[in-house]
Write a protein that binds this ligand. Sequence first.
Ligand code: 48H
Length: 263
Amino acid sequence: MAIDDVKISDAIIKTFSQKLHSILETDVAIVGGGPAGLCDSYYLARDGHNVVLFERKLSIGGGMWGGGIMFNQIVVQKEGKQLLDEFGIRSVEVDSGYYAADSVEAVTAIGSAACKAGAVIMNLFSVEDVLIRDERIDGLVVNWSSVEIAGLHVDPISVGSKFVIDATGHAAEIAHIIERKVGAKLLTPTGHVIGERSMWADVAEMLTLENTKEIFPHVYVAGMACNAVFGGPRMGPIFGGMLLSGKKVAELVGKRLEGLTKT
Ligand code: 48H
């Protein structure tokens, strides 16, 4: 059979349009496709929720591909190792309680699990604003990253979602947008984004998990963004906290969604 070039275009346009249409109203919109956002999209989709994840870059994986100083290995602690096992990611115990895994295997395994569970991943999309209704976030405003990068004057589109998760890493972009554009106080001790502190893996891993929570009505924070928002230290190339934070936020948001269904 001869291959028809136009039919290839037709297949892409038809299926992509369906996908785009399917994410106009979702249960959860996740911003950022690093380890925290990916993990979180997997657990929420697995539990039957409609999930979309927006990632600015061409590739998902955020800061995980590069391991530490571009040595493409990640380290996780005992608690994180359980998640590696859940995703079928192989690891070796290098020292007692220090497990190393291939970062490429980690990104691709979690990404694949998320897609197969039903999460819709929209790469090349940047979230540039939020929808606020009745003093809570009701969705996101998105545009092609290429528009953002080229500085083109092209208006974005809006998507509705019951909950939003800021998994944008060090930048904590959604928290900053809420502070700047909505002029609202965040649910932090100061009411503002406090800012990330210097490296201290032990404390950082604990605080990442502790600070995985709601920061504004219907907005949760996960992963590195927790440390930026609540003033926790950074932790370098240990990734257990990112994965565990992704799992925790999925549990918290999942419970809220169940609550909405009951009322
Ligand atoms: C769409 C966006 C937007 C936007 C950002 O940085 P990440 O990998 O974040 P985490 O929290 O999953 O993992 C953090 C980890 O990678 C890390 O940096 C660690 C452990 N550092 C320790 C240290 O000491 O430095 O991924 C965030 C993703 C990126 O891919 C961005 O492109 C994306 O979010 N993103 N996507 N719209 N507005 N902002």
